[in-house]
Design a protein around this ligand. Structure first.
Ligand code: CTP
Length: 399
């Protein structure tokens, strides 16, 4: 999204308020105009100078300041998007009731912009029937609830209640503005790279981080899809808002995909799949003393999951593959893609270049998308999330 948005970030009084600084920073770096409305309690956790320096705008807290500019409604009226991070149980209760006893409450009530909240609280508070009911109320009114994640909380306790990371809050928040053109569609995305064990401590693997697949899963969820992410050894944190199934090897991935694909409308194979696995896996560590100067590994071919999905697809089901190629010449790379899609039988294939310093674990990517006839239907370069959206644009139209 290149448009400069007026984003209000509401910061409320929880220990996770320090992470709100990260949310504000990401929004500013993405080119948006960020206005912080903090509660008094929030300013006990994070200082006004920090929030002002990072947002590059004055921080508003007081209902009775700026009365001449009718500030209690002006901030909300001008907002394109409101993000409340962290959202405490108390703030959630106030929002659900429509209370306006502070500037944030007034701002939200006076706004027609999408509201995204990132709850942060202890597990007992999150699971309390009052909070459960308040969250249901907010959801029913169209508020987007991001998280909470499961993990270490402020004290010695851990469980659901941890505020999700700033990156996920920002991507979900910007996603709230998007059209829901994949509403109700069941989409399976595989991400990461499979590993084949040699012995209990070693494996054959590849350098795929899972970033592109995770970006696709997040973008699809933002557009209303019901997403299952199958992650093979992800090096990026799996989004808390998406159902994730973790796998290690190609055979595990094959089983998980086969199961998920039964119900899916679209399957996107972004995972880098090991084509071969050791014929036998040593049950104890392979030792130099027994191997000598050379070690020969006998590998057997893994099933081609993508080709199998394409073979058995239901009418109307869309199967999408990726092809990571090291070919330097652009035309030759596309030609390799054409041969590959013909061999695999998928509906689409996204070809991207990889190399020692390209494609893997980077934030950007560059792809050419081919259809079954080998025609180019989309070309894109940019962030992995922008590429995800361009891919989904094609799939949303293809339906
Ligand atoms: N793929 C798969 N099962 C495999 C290998 C690959 O499902 N055993 C999928 C990948 O997830 C990807 C697509 O097929 O979507 C292309 O993967 P790639 O590794 O580029 O193709 P290969 O079949 O390995 O072809 P080649 O060896 O010619 O590169």
């Amino acid at each position: 999204m290149t448009e400069r948005l007026n984003v209000v970030v509401g910061v409320t009084g929880g220990i996770a308020a320090y992470k709100a600084v990260g949310v504000i920073r990401l929004l500013v770096l993405a080119g948006h105009d960020v206005h912080v409305v903090a509660t008094d309690a929030a300013l006990r956790f994070v200082g006004r100078p920090t929030l002002e320096a990072i947002s590059r705008n004055p921080v508003h807290t007081d209902l009775y300041e700026g009365v001449a500019q009718v500030r209690h409604v002006a901030i909300g009226q001008a907002a394109d998007l409101i993000v409340v991070a962290p959202a405490t149980a108390n703030t959630i209760a106030k929002l659900a009731t429509g209370l306006a006893d502070d500037l944030l409450g007034n701002t939200i009530l006076a706004s027609r912009a999408p509201v995204v909240i990132a709850p942060a609280m202890h597990t007992e508070m999150w699971q309390n029937p009052a909070t459960v009911a308040n969250i249901a109320t907010l959801r029913s009114r169209g508020v987007t609830v991001v998280g909470p994640g499961v993990g270490q909380l402020t004290g010695a306790d851990s469980g659901p209640g941890r505020m999700v990371e700033p990156e996920e809050i920002v991507s979900s928040a910007l996603a709230a503005l998007r059209t829901k053109d994949l509403l109700g569609k069941r989409i399976v995305v595989t991400a990461g790279g499979t590993r084949e064990a040699l012995d209990p401590v070693r494996y054959i693997g590849n350098r795929s981080s899972g970033k592109q697949g995770v970006a696709i899963a997040l973008a699809a969820a933002a557009r209303g899809a019901d997403v299952t992410l199958i992650g093979a050894n992800l090096e990026v944190s799996a989004p808390a808002s998406i159902h994730v199934k973790h796998v290690v090897s190609t055979l595990e991935l094959a089983d998980a995909v086969a199961l998920a694909a039964e119900e899916a409308d679209i399957v996107i194979m972004a995972a880098a799949v090991a084509d071969y696995r050791p014929e036998s896996v040593a049950q104890s560590k392979i030792k130099k003393e027994t191997q000598g100067d050379r070690l020969t590994l006998e590998l057997v071919k893994n099933p081609d999951i993508l080709a199998g999905l394409a073979d058995t697809r239901r009418a109307g089901q869309i199967i999408v593959g990726f092809a990571a190629e090291t070919e330097r010449d652009a035309d030759a790379m596309i030609e390799i893609g054409r041969v590959k899609i013909a061999r695999k039988g998928s509906d689409y294939l996204l070809v991207n270049r990889v190399g020692w310093n390209e494609g893997f674990a980077t934030d950007g990517n560059s792809v050419v998308m081919l259809d079954r006839l080998g025609d180019i239907v989309m070309e894109a370069s940019g962030s992995k999330s922008s590429i995800a959206d361009r891919l989904l644009d094609v799939l949303a139209r293809a339906r």
